[in-house]
Design a protein around this ligand. Structure first.
Ligand code: AMP
Length: 470
């Protein structure tokens, strides 16, 4: 096993890593750190969860050690390293990591991002910081305001470059790069490599070394499963899974902001503490929701892809794709939120009939088939039932347990009408009792009937458009 010391890191950095409980470098760290210490340009193919932050931050910090000083003059602390990230959340997390890694060295860092008052950032910038983590738009605001100078930057990092492009930051990136000294070290990380990313890399990096961490290597601890379900019953299936399996710290992805809000509201109505984060939420709201989620006081965080970029919660156990992403690469990003740094995780996808084409794209991209598991009571052919009607008194709940319903899809003639009690979910209909359900005693046996390729066949035709708030 390679150690951080063997990679050539300085004692003060090793001490910080030790205090953080980092025992050994991750594969991306092992490959990037020695090269970056020599000042090579790096193009890294790695998603969140691989340890990529330390991979670029540790050598960057070490290369700034000769400049580290305790002087009070701002002139002694020019910005020497610039780390750009697509979102505020990721920027905050990266800077937190930088702070931890620089605990024992006199290098200053700061994070600047939009959505909050620029005035609070200016006084700190004025005192001088060596390492600046920023989102592109706010960085340019500061450039325009002349509240920072970039003429001494010797290291540029673009983190999650593909997402920056997706979010339309390309013009901002070009403007920023044009403001930097030509002589500098560049590192760019991206989970995916579409054509535009390669072009961006060509224009910014100087003969980079390409370092790739295989997708499988990062996802090795992530169990992936697909639950085919009628689109109208997704909400109920999600609540059922959460309650019957007693899932906690569940990150749920929806395709739209509206769907995101609605789902969080519905879950709360069911007694499952949930909040939503998306682009329309203020920064304060997002931070508050994220903190509650991290602390474990909020059980479910419903997010859109954009809002969830960069969320870093150690050992996030469950990611649910409530809506499958239309872009297969987003799936890779999403499941990268779980099973991090050696912890195991589960990625659960609720797939309605109209989404099977996205599933195919995803399987093609990840190069493997995802296991299909039908949850009894939520067979894909079964349409909606009223979710919030109070149930009739049932002395013996077990008679309506989903597990006891036939697993096969009924024919059209057999299909339960909307209000038929047999189609109700015993767990959902019952008042929520925290901790009442434990995985051992209440999870209905999962049926594993379908060889992979038949997901589409599990759905009833003709296809009904998937319009239930997604
Ligand atoms: P990242 O991929 O940079 O977002 O890192 C994911 C998580 O892994 C973060 O919580 C890091 O603090 C943690 N981490 C990174 N490198 C290591 C390591 N070598 N040992 C243990 N944890 C690590």
């Amino acid at each position: 096993m390679t150690t951080f010391a063997e990679l050539g890191l300085a004692p003060d950095i090793l001490r910080a890593l030790d205090e953080m409980g980092y025992v050994a470098p991750t594969p991306i760290q092992e490959q990037v750190i020695p090269l970056a210490l020599q000042g090579a340009d790096i193009l890294g193919a790695a998603q969140t969860g691989t340890g990529k932050t330390a991979a670029f931050a540790l050598p960057l910090i070490q290369r700034l050690l000769p400049f580290a000083n305790t002087g009070t003059s701002p002139a002694k602390h020019p910005i020497r390293a610039l780390i750009l990230t697509p979102t505020r959340e990721l920027a905050i997390q990266v800077e937190e990591a930088v702070q931890a890694y620089t605990k024992h060295v006199p290098l200053r860092s700061l994070v600047v991002y939009g959505g909050v008052s620029i005035n609070t950032q200016i006084p700190i910038l004025k005192t001088g910081v060596e390492i600046l983590v920023a989102t592109p738009g706010r960085l340019l605001d500061h450039v325009q305001n002349k509240t920072l100078m970039l003429n001494q930057v010797n290291t540029l990092v673009l983190d999650e470059a593909d997402r920056m492009l997706d979010m339309g930051f390309m013009p901002d990136l070009k403007r920023i790069v044009a403001l930097l000294p030509a002589q500098r070290v560049n590192m760019m990380f991206s989970a995916t490599f579409p054509e535009e990313i390669r072009k961006l890399a060509d224009s910014i990096l100087n003969q980079p070394t390409f370092i790739e961490v295989a997708r499988n290597e990062t996802a090795v601890n992530v169990t992936q499963v697909v639950h085919p379900v009628h689109h109208e019953r997704k909400r109920q299936l999600l609540a059922h899974l959460i309650m019957s399996r007693d899932l906690r710290q569940v990150l749920v992805f929806t395709g739209t902001k509206l769907g995101c809000n609605r789902l969080a509201n519905e879950l709360n109505k069911l007694g499952i503490h949930a909040d939503a984060i998306h682009g329309d939420k203020t920064q304060q709201e997002r931070i508050k929701a994220l903190d509650a989620f991290k602390a474990g006081t909020m059980r479910v965080l419903v997010a859109t892809d954009v809002a969830a970029r960069g969320i870093d919660i150690e050992a996030l156990p469950f990611v649910v794709n409530y809506d499958l992403p239309h872009n297969a690469e987003d799936y890779v990003h999403r499941i990268g939120r779980t099973g991090r740094a050696g912890a195991s995780g589960e990625a659960i996808s609720l797939v309605s009939e109209s989404e099977t084409r996205y599933l195919k794209d995803i399987e093609k991209l990840i190069g493997s088939d995802i296991e299909v598991v039908i949850v009894p009571g939520f067979e894909p052919g079964l349409a909606d039932v009223p979710a919030y009607q109070s149930p009739p008194p049932r002395p013996d709940r077990s008679v309506e347990r989903p597990a006891e319903r036939p697993a096969e899809r009924p024919s059209a003639g057999q299909r339960a009408p909307h209000t038929k009690p047999a189609a109700r979910d015993a767990l959902l209909d019952a008042p929520y009792e925290p901790g009442a359900a434990s995985p051992a005693d209440s999870t209905p046996a999962l049926v594993r009937p379908a060889p992979k390729k038949q997901v589409a066949a599990l759905f009833r035709s003709p296809v009904k458009p998937d319009t239930s708030g997604q």
